[in-house]
Design a protein around this ligand. Sequence first.
Ligand SMILES: Cc1ncc(COP(=O)(O)O)c(C=O)c1O
Length: 284
Amino acid sequence: MARIAYVNGRYLNLAEAAVNIEDRGYQFGDGIYEVFFAYRGRLIDEALHFARLERSRQKIGLEAPMGEAALRVVMHELMRRNRVETGLVYLQLTRGVARRDHAFPSPPPRPALTLTVRPKPEPPEELSSWGAAAITLPDQRWGRCDIKSVNLLPNVLAREAAKQAGALEAILFDEAGVVTEGASSSVWIVGADNILRTRALDQHVLPGCTRAALLGDVAAEGMDFREEGFSLEALRGAREVFITSATSFVKPITRLDGLPVGNGAPGLLASRLYARYLARLKEG
Ligand SMILES: Cc1ncc(COP(=O)(O)O)c(C=O)c1O
C-alpha cells in the first residue's frame, strides 16, 4: 500500500512528498520533532508528547503552525489514510523556507510541518526474551539536549557505532564519567544496592515522555527509587539496566560492552514496570 505523508497542509504519496531545498531544517537542522507511539489507534502518553513539542517549539522561538486539537485531527487522519493503528507517528516542525542565512529570517517564514506514519509490531506480552545489547560512548552532543531538535548527527554516529558492535543502543556518558542517556532513550539502572535510578532532568538530557509516565508506575509499585545521576562504573556494576522510549517501550539491556548485565537476563524491576506499561496500553 502507498504510504501517505502530511506536508504543510496536504496529504501526499510518500514518493511525491518533498520539502524545499532551502528549508531551514534541511539547511541548518533548524527544527524540532516528536515521535508518538500509537497503539490500536490511540496515541500513547500524548499529553506528555504534546507538552514537550510545545516546550521545544517555544525554546527555539518557532510559531505554532496549528493548535493541538487540529494537530491531533491531522495525526489521526494520517493514521487512517495509511491504515496504521499500531505504529509510530513522526512529526517534524522547522523554521520554514528562506534564503540561506544563519540568523532567523525576518519576517519569519511559515513554519514547515511534516508528518509520517509507519506500522510497528505490537509490544511483546512479556520481557523474558526481549533483552538487547548496548555499548557505552562519550556523549558528544550539544548543551541543550532538553530540546528535541532535529540535529541528531552525534546520535546517528553513536547508533551506527552500536550497530557495528552488534548492539541496539549506545549509552552516553559525560566528561565526568556520569551517564547522560541513550542515543535515543532514557537509561535506568538497578544498582548493587537494589535502588532503581534514572538521572534527574537537566539540559543534558531529553525529558523522556515514557520516563515521565513510568515514574507513576515506580511509585505505584513502591520501588526503592532515586532520581539521580549515576556513573559509568555504577552502570557497569548494575544488576539491571533498561532503557525507555516511545519506540522501545521498556527494554532490558542484558549485555553492555560485550559483558552480561547481572545474570544476563531481563531483570525483575524492568519486568514489573513493563507489565504496568502494557496494562496502561491496553486499558487506555
Ligand atoms: C535522546 C533521547 N532521550 C530519551 C528519549 C526517550 O523519550 P521518549 O520516552 O519521549 O520517547 C529519546 C526518544 O527518542 C531520545 O531521542
